[in-house]
Design a protein around this ligand. Structure first.
Ligand code: 4AD
Ligand code: MG
Length: 480
């Protein structure tokens, strides 16, 4: 009894043959003689209609299987559908009940629930049409990432999850230890004795695979990482997670301009790939958004429907300018009602999301790449410009998202890098291996990190990053 996939059957023309499907009941419509069961197996946003003759199966059995969430196996005949809205349906000859679903206590009703409510039932929300669509798009984007890099001669490098260094130097790490957290062993002068810890020194979950990625690029020349990253920053926003997935290409011999070209080409490719392969799911999400927007004030509505927005990003070159030029624009601008930003702008500040979104959504009205940021607001490893003030950084900013990519050309000169590490009081002994790359066969190189969930957020048109990862990790939230 080989199960067939609903996605395939919906395309099938093998009429009058026997088929076998298994899945979960979405809804059931009934008249006194026939039950029409919408069955979904997760392979597609669309359901397969099962037609069950009540005189064959009995009212009692139909009442057991008709409820949303029930799991059944169906054998029947594939026929052309008489009803509107579907091409094929299955006339059931046998139905096996795997699991009932009590309509009173089952938390997912066959109606639209708020995203807030669905976050509370994250164990069930993958069964909804909206999350099914998001999860299939997420999968397709991940596949496109690997395909892009593989097709372009990059090697997938697995960098460590547990590390002894802080790649971003921002101190936002989750400590990993086997010591007793309440009564850790102490040294003679009262410090925690990390020599007795599993690795014999303090370790943490990685905040970025970049530094190890650079080691790979110094050997294989083109690598990328794609793995989980962890940040203990206490930012309870719609764009931050404590556990997120990052994609980090690193390329020997690339400079900042090559890096920008790669970022733009890559991100356009993966978005285009999702558009090509997730048409049904994207159309569903677009309609959902249009419905939702009807309840919003005019000024809060998004200027473009989802697919048009994606197409627009693919068809237009990203705007490229320096941080200094961007600050000039921001200083001269008159944003919002009061004509000022919440955080005032001057050269040297770390741009806030309101500034980034002003540039992208109001000023340029397209994705923007900002470069050459002040060195004091960027990480130690970025290549210093000759002016002594800026570094060869780049941030890619997207409408509705803000920063989606952060990257740079790296400081490949040993003296400059070593001096910077000392200036910033970064413990040198945790980076001796990194410094050695600059002592033996150093080379110019560049790379960037794309926050995978921010990409999924953009492509799906969702507004909260917790809704584009199956099991979000945020402060106060580690269910499962
Ligand atoms: O800008 P970030 O911190 O850069 C790095 O980690 C570099 N080592 C990357 C590199 O050059 N190889 O992070 C890169 C991207 C951000 O642009 C953002 O998209 C995402 O990672 N990101 C987060 N996404 C979700 N939740 C968080 N807390 C994030 N922090 C960063
Ligand atoms: Mg950044």
């Amino acid at each position: 009894n080989q199960r067939q996939i609903i996605k395939d059957l919906l395309q099938s023309t093998a009429f009058d043959t026997e088929v076998h499907v298994k899945g979960w009941v979405q809804t059931t419509r009934m008249n006194p003689y026939i039950a029409f069961i919408a069955l979904n197996d997760g392979s597609t946003i669309n359901h397969l209609q099962i037609v069950a003759d009540i005189s064959i199966f009995g009212q009692e059995f139909i009442d057991k299987i008709k409820n949303t969430g029930t799991c059944i196996a169906v054998t029947g005949k594939l026929v052309e559908s008489q009803g509107a809205g579907q091409r094929v349906e299955v006339q059931a000859t046998q139905i096996e009940l795997y699991g009932e679903s009590d309509p009173v206590s089952y938390k997912l009703q066959a109606k639209r629930h708020s995203m807030e409510f669905m976050r509370e039932i994250a164990h069930l929300r993958p069964r909804t049409r909206t999350f099914g669509a998001i999860l299939r798009i997420r999968h397709t984007l991940a596949y496109a990432v690997h395909k892009y890099f593989n097709d372009n001669g990059f090697f997938y490098l697995h960098t460590p999850i547990i590390t002894g260094s802080d790649a971003e130097g921002a101190g936002e790490m989750f400590r990993v230890t086997t010591l007793d957290p309440v009564n850790p062993p102490l040294t003679e002068d009262g410090q925690v004795d990390y020599k007795q810890d599993f690795f014999g020194k303090p370790t943490n979950l990685t905040v970025s695979g970049q530094l190890e990625g650079e080691l790979g690029a110094m050997a294989l020349s083109k690598i990328y990482t794609f793995g989980p990253t962890f940040r203990a920053e206490n930012s309870n926003t719609t764009r931050h997670l404590a556990e997120f997935w990052m994609i980090e290409p690193e390329v020997a011999f690339n400079d900042l301009e090559d890096n920008m070209n790669l970022a733009e080409d890559f991100v356009k490719y993966v978005i285009g790939y999702a558009m090509e392969h997730c048409g049904d799911d994207l159309a569903f999400l677009e309609n959902r958004l249009i419905e939702e927007e009807k309840n919003k004030k005019q000024e809060e509505r998004s200027p473009m429907p989802l697919l048009e927005k994606l197409r627009f990003v693919l068809d237009n070159p990203f705007e490229r300018l320096t941080y200094t030029e961007a600050v000039d624009i921001l200083v001269k601008s008159k944003p919002a009602q009061k004509g000022q930003f919440k955080y005032p702008v001057s050269w040297g500040i770390d741009l806030q999301s309101e500034h980034e979104r002003y540039l992208v959504e109001k000023h340029f009205k397209k994705p923007v790449i900002l470069t050459n940021y002040p060195k004091d607001i960027k990480a130690f490893y970025m290549r210093q410009d000759d002016d002594g003030k800026t570094v060869r950084a780049m941030d890619v900013l997207f409408p509705g998202i803000g920063e989606i990519i952060g990257g740079s050309q790296r400081e490949e000169r040993y003296e400059k890098l070593h001096t910077r590490i000392k200036e910033l009081h970064i413990p040198e002994e945790s980076l001796w291996w990194y410094l050695e790359t600059r002592q033996y066969g150093t080379a110019p190189h560049a790379g960037f990190g794309l926050g995978f969930e921010r990409l999924v957020l953009f492509v799906t048109g969702m507004t909260n990053i917790r809704d584009v990862i199956p099991f979000p990790r945020t402060p106060q939230n580690a269910e499962f």
